[in-house]
Design a protein around this ligand. Structure first.
Ligand SMILES: *[C@@H]1O[C@H](CO)[C@@H](O)[C@H](O)[C@H]1NC(C)=O
Length: 478
């Protein structure tokens, strides 16, 4: 007994023993740059402001396991990346998908059109608008093939990549209104075609598999309560969603030998009753709940409430935007990563990975997001790309928190209504090292002290309006 306890606490030989810190700041001085490493003990704050945090790095503090971080791979993303010179594109993908850069390990991709697609909108079985119940016209098309090819390239660089697919609309012929977009009237599934709706997911997953991309999870509809005439959408009721998963989609996936998971909801935090209904109806086939950030009263605490009612269900933050033209604040991505991680999310994905300098391409009209800016912005004419502040803020998490890391409970985070404050999340990584991510929204540096339940104290400076990531040695290593 004593011996196995010792073994459990043995420090892996590979674990680093030198504490390190990396910073990205709103002023652009730091971009995943090395920063003052934390020191053991209470350090010398000088006249800096001080702040205290605690983390429970013992077994009692273990919370959810991390699956990964990333962004949405839309048709816009694929088109603008493919417009770069091949060597530039390859450097970019390497930075996105390895520890040379963000080390992204989870991507959400659009199953055919989203609003961030060039005109015209499409599905993988348009069939000229005529019903095609036996899928004779099913095909990925140029854009679907390019999407699958890029995801396969990403997977080659990050073999553990988790890929999640979400449709904005099924083929028009499966809907009561028979159109992808243009009206909110009868913008619902035609239940004549429930088995085809389920089979559409099977055919899509198999087509991507054939191109080397395993689809780890799907949501059955992006934002099922967002019926919008301006771009492809479809309205699905909560009980309808549960029944579709339980009676049609779940069985269709399993009958086809596919282990693709189904994640419920894929919409905002203000209607948690929806995913609860789905889970109550289809728990056999629903492994996780996906959340977006757009509720006027967005509250990541909803995820903790949901966890408390459904402790076995994983949660993910699958969509939150960043924008240059309706500018989101420098801490947008840090907030939408930090908040979900503090509240049981196992992964976080931004909307969206890549756009051009005009936030596109996107569908025409007033409905599509015309101000959604990628983490990466490309300039096709110049053959160049640049990373925006949101890329660096996400990478402060994704680069240092690997898949398999366990989030630790902690105290001391606080945000004021004025959007200043200091927030933190810590993880225990598979190699025994610990990561502490600290988001400082004060316009001054803060000297932070972290007490660990394992009995250590670490201290160090956190730059003005920045995210600083500490990588601490395994408990007891130094
Ligand atoms: C704040 O802390 C840093 C790091 O310890 C130190 O170099 C700096 O002198 C301190 N600043 C003040 C004003 O005391």
């Amino acid at each position: 007994m004593r011996f196995s306890t010792l073994l459990l606490h043995a420090i892996p030989a590979t674990a680093a023993v030198t504490p390190k810190a990396y910073a990205s700041s709103s002023d652009g001085v730091y971009k995943l740059s090395q920063y003052y490493a934390p020191v053991k003990g209470s350090g010398t704050p000088g006249s800096n402001s001080t702040w205290k945090l605690t983390i429970d790095d013992t077994a009692s503090g273990h919370k959810q396991t991390i699956k990964g971080f990333g962004a949405a791979v839309t048709d816009a993303t694929v088109a603008v990346f493919n417009a770069l010179p091949a060597a530039k594109r390859s450097t970019l993908l390497n930075e996105l998908m390895t520890s040379a850069g963000a080390n992204f390990a989870m991507m959400r991709h659009t199953i055919a059109s989203s609003d961030l697609s060039a005109d015209p909108s499409y599905s993988y079985d348009d069939a000229g608008g005529k019903p095609d119940p036996s899928f004779t016209s099913f095909n990925l098309g140029d854009r679907g093939n390019a999407m699958a090819t890029m995801l396969a390239q990403m997977k080659a660089l990050q073999p553990g990549l988790t890929v999640v697919g979400s449709p904005w609309s099924p083929p028009a012929w499966m809907k009561l209104n028979r159109v992808l977009q243009g009206t909110t009237v009868n913008n619902n599934l035609d239940h004549t075609y429930v088995s085809q709706f389920a089979q559409y997911f099977v055919k899509y997953i198999q087509a991507y598999q054939a191109k080397g991309v395993n689809i780890d999870a799907i949501t059955i509809q992006n934002e099922p309560l967002n019926s919008n005439a301006g771009f492809p959408t479809m309205y699905i009721y909560a009980d309808e969603s549960g029944n579709l998963i339980q009676q049609n989609i779940g069985p269709a996936l399993r009958n086809a030998g596919l282990n693709t998971a189904v994640w419920a909801w894929d919409h905002n935090t203000d209607v948690p009753s929806y995913p609860q209904t789905v889970l109550n109806t289809a728990s056999q086939y629903t492994s996780a709940v996906a959340w977006h950030c757009y509720a006027p009263n967005n509250n990541w605490g909803v995820l903790t409430d949901f966890h408390n009612s459904n402790p076995g269900t994983e949660q993910y933050m699958t969509e939150c935007w960043t924008s240059e033209d309706a500018p989101t604040p420098w801490y947008q991505a840090a907030d939408f990563t930090m908040g979900p991680l503090q509240n049981w999310a196992s992964g976080v994905m931004a909307w969206t990975l890549g756009t051009d300098e005009n936030d596109g391409p996107h569908l025409a009209g007033n409905g599509p997001c015309a101000q959604c800016t990628g983490l990466v912005v490309t300039n096709a004419a110049a053959g160049t790309y640049r990373y925006r502040v949101d890329y660096y803020m996400m990478a402060q998490f994704s680069r240092f928190i690997p898949k398999g890391a366990v989030v630790l409970s902690g105290t001391g985070s606080y945000s004021y209504s004025s959007s200043s404050g200091l927030e933190s999340v810590a993880t225990l990584n598979p190699d025994g090292t610990r990561t502490v991510v600290i988001e400082n929204k004060f316009a001054n540096p803060v000297y932070v002290t972290v007490d660990t339940k394992s009995g250590e104290t670490w201290s160090g400076l956190v730059y003005t309006n920045s995210v600083v990531t500490w990588v601490l040695p395994a408990a007891g290593a130094v």
